[in-house]
Design a protein around this ligand. Structure first.
Ligand code: 13P
Ligand code: SF4
Length: 364
């Protein structure tokens, strides 16, 4: 989405001035505002967050603060939309920079997913209740609505195994979008064979690039989307890290390709990664495959351990990075002036079915 440039009265401030003004506004606004910060946000944002977490925890944190008038969501667009769907009408959700999207979420749109559903129905017969759609929370609100309309659920990287298990108990197949890697890793871990029981759906090809037979025999149909940050991690990086640091434990996010996950020691959501490090004894050595702001923060917070990022090129999530402290300051200033900006408001017709899918996720 397009973000109007903000005034130089915000962008010309020094880091210290920006920090002081954010702190002052937070004090002034008090309980009226809750600031949420995703683990991939830079330190200069995280220091102001009332709650930090992965997308699952933040979705719950947003829902558990019905009395705050404003939720300032320091994360990306789909997270702010989910917060808006889960919070009461009276509460406004603000995304400090509208250009903070998610390139993976943009890899599946409403038209493409509905077209895929139609093609699947024409090819496999009655699919309602047989194919269960599961959308990763990294998706637009109208896709969550699609899932709600067709008896499916939303999932995050934390609860993807539960979501897929639930879907396969309810129906015969799962249509998982938009991240092929989270889908493949989760399904493979549940015993589904990637070669013979999974199909990859390319939205730019008829039947997603599959034969009717391949679709019929597949238990999981995986959308051809990926995360540009996590797709960078490779098996070679892991092997090199093992050579350089004997005894190193490799811990990666399930948005990484399956060969990387298989080569790792442990894999899980951002919250899982943090908990593994927290629980580890001093002297542990970790090679982590996820976004660099989180890895660097873990290294700073755990000087008693050695923590390195597997990717030597150090790649931040460029869209998360768009939440610069000047934008946070601007958003708080607008709230204090009684003219809140960048309110994320999901239309009612989308909100209702999307809420069904999100509630299903929270019940998993
Ligand atoms: P989490 O669900 O682990 O927070 O991940 C969100 C995300 O965007 C990862 O790339
Ligand atoms: Fe999207 Fe990847 Fe950034 Fe997560 S890390 S917000 S999936 S682009």
């Amino acid at each position: 989405m397009f973000q109007e440039p903000i005034s130089s009265t915000y962008t010309d401030l020094t880091e210290e001035q920006t920090r002081d003004r954010i702190r002052g506004l937070k004090k002034e606004l008090g309980d009226k505002v809750v600031i949420l910060g995703h683990h991939y946000q830079r330190d200069e944002i995280i220091e102001h967050a009332d709650y930090r977490g992965d997308s699952y925890k933040l979705a719950k944190d947003a829902a558990s603060h019905p009395s705050a008038e404003f939720i300032v969501f320091c994360g990306v667009h789909f997270m702010a939309e989910s917060a808006d769907i889960l919070t009461p009408e009276t509460q406004k959700v603000i995304l400090p920079n509208l250009a903070a999207g998610c390139s993976m979420a943009d890899m599946a749109n409403n038209f493409q997913v509905r077209s895929a559903w139609k093609q699947l129905g024409e090819t496999l017969g009655a699919i309602e209740g047989k194919i269960i759609p599961v959308t990763y929370i990294n998706s637009a609100a109208n896709l969550k609505a699609f899932v709600g309309e067709h008896g499916g659920t939303v999932c995050t990287s934390t609860n993807a195994p539960k979501a897929v298990k639930w879907a396969l108990e309810k129906g015969e197949k799962v249509l998982f979008f938009p991240d092929q890697h989270l889908g493949r890793n989760t399904c493979a871990n549940l015993g589904i064979d990637p070669e013979t029981e999974m199909a990859l759906w390319d939205p730019f090809k008829p039947l997603g690039g599959n034969t009717p037979e391949k679709l019929a025999q597949s238990k999981a149909i995986l959308w051809k989307g990926h995360c540009s940050v996590h797709q960078r991690f490779t098996v070679d990086q892991i092997r090199k890290a093992r050579e350089e640091h004997p005894g190193i434990k490799i811990l990666v996010h399930p948005e990484c390709p399956i060969e990387v996950v298989r080569e790792s020691d442990l894999f899980g959501s951002t919250e899982y990664i943090i908990n593994q490090v927290k629980a580890a004894p001093a002297g542990s050595v970790w090679g982590i495959g996820t976004e660099i702001n989180l890895v660097s923060r873990l290294a700073k917070e755990h000087p008693e351990q050695t923590i390195v990022c597997l990717d030597p090129q150090i790649c931040p999530c460029s869209t998360m990075y768009r939440i610069h402290p000047s934008y946070l300051l601007w958003s708080l200033d607008r709230i204090a002036a009684g003219e809140p900006a960048n309110i994320i408001e999901v239309p009612q017709a989308i909100k209702e079915p999307a809420l069904v899918a999100l509630k299903q996720m929270l019940e998993l």
